[in-house]
Design a protein around this ligand. Structure first.
Ligand code: ZN
Ligand code: FE
Length: 255
């Protein structure tokens, strides 16, 4: 099974992802920050748009939905919990549901925390998870609506996916995330190597996403709140993982 995935920069620092199931030619886009660059990517390949998979209700993830709907008539999929504040949904889903794009199957994972009702789409066979503003490259979304415990629970679900899974997140925030991450784990050699790589990638103007979950597990301070090195760093050696996550998230908010 082949799933082609195209990264599309949108707005200031958002990413949309066009995905195409090669066998059937079925196409979808994960989030629609704005219509024009998504349309351009589809036009360049002579593709239509069969589906829009929405991760959460924030404007910078849905502003292009209406234009894409009128241009292509796609099926719009999003969280049932957010149906009241999303563009009109043709399919409302919750954790445990599956979404199919041609022959490709995605499991819906509730990753609430940044917003309550944020979902991720995990294409297990393609080893890809679309996380938007939950787990991000070297970071995680700010906890706006949920609680730190809720976000930690969401990140823990993503951490349990196969380590070779590629994480497609919603923004190019990695350079700023790197500057913060080294304040938490200055002695993490994997992190230092990754930061050098990120600097080189950004110097070329290239995207730092997607990233392998294995790399996030080794370097992302938010995913690593259960590690003794992180607990020691914030002087919370006896605290729960969720409490350490809350402290790390709070430090990033003030950073
Ligand atoms: Zn958001
Ligand atoms: Fe966002």
């Amino acid at each position: 099974m082949t799933l082609e995935i195209i990264t599309i920069p949108c707005l200031h620092d958002n990413y949309a992802y066009v995905i195409c199931d090669a066998a059937s030619g079925t196409t979808a886009v994960v989030d629609a920050p704005e219509a024009a660059p998504i349309k351009a990517a589809l036009d360049a390949r002579g593709w239509g748009l069969d589906q829009i998979l929405i991760t959460h209700h924030h404007d910078d993830h849905i502003l292009g939905v209406a234009d894409l709907r009128s241009a292509f008539g796609p099926q719009v999929v999003g969280a049932a919990a957010d149906a009241h504040r999303l563009p009109r949904l043709d399919m409302a889903v919750a954790e445990g549901d599956t979404v199919t794009v041609g022959a490709a199957v995605a499991d819906v994972i509730d990753v609430s925390g940044h917003t309550v009702g944020h979902i991720a789409y995990h294409f297990a066979a393609a080893q890809a998870v679309f996380t938007a503003d939950s787990l991000m490259a070297l970071g995680c979304g700010r906890v706006f609506e949920g609680t730190p415990e809720m976000m930690w629970n969401s990140l823990s679900k993503l951490a349990a996916l196969p380590p070779e899974t590629m994480v497609y997140s919603g923004h190019e925030y990695t350079e700023a995330n790197a500057r913060f991450a080294v304040t938490i784990e200055p002695d993490n050699a994997d992190l230092r190597a990754r930061v050098a790589q990120i600097d080189a990638t950004r110097a070329k103007g290239a995207a730092t996403v997607p990233s392998a979950l294995s790399l996030e597990l080794a370097t992302n301070p938010f995913l690593r709140a259960g590690q003794q090195s992180v607990k020691r760093s914030v002087n919370m050696e006896d605290a729960s993982d969720a409490a350490v996550f809350a402290e790390v998230r709070g430090r990033k908010d003030r950073f």
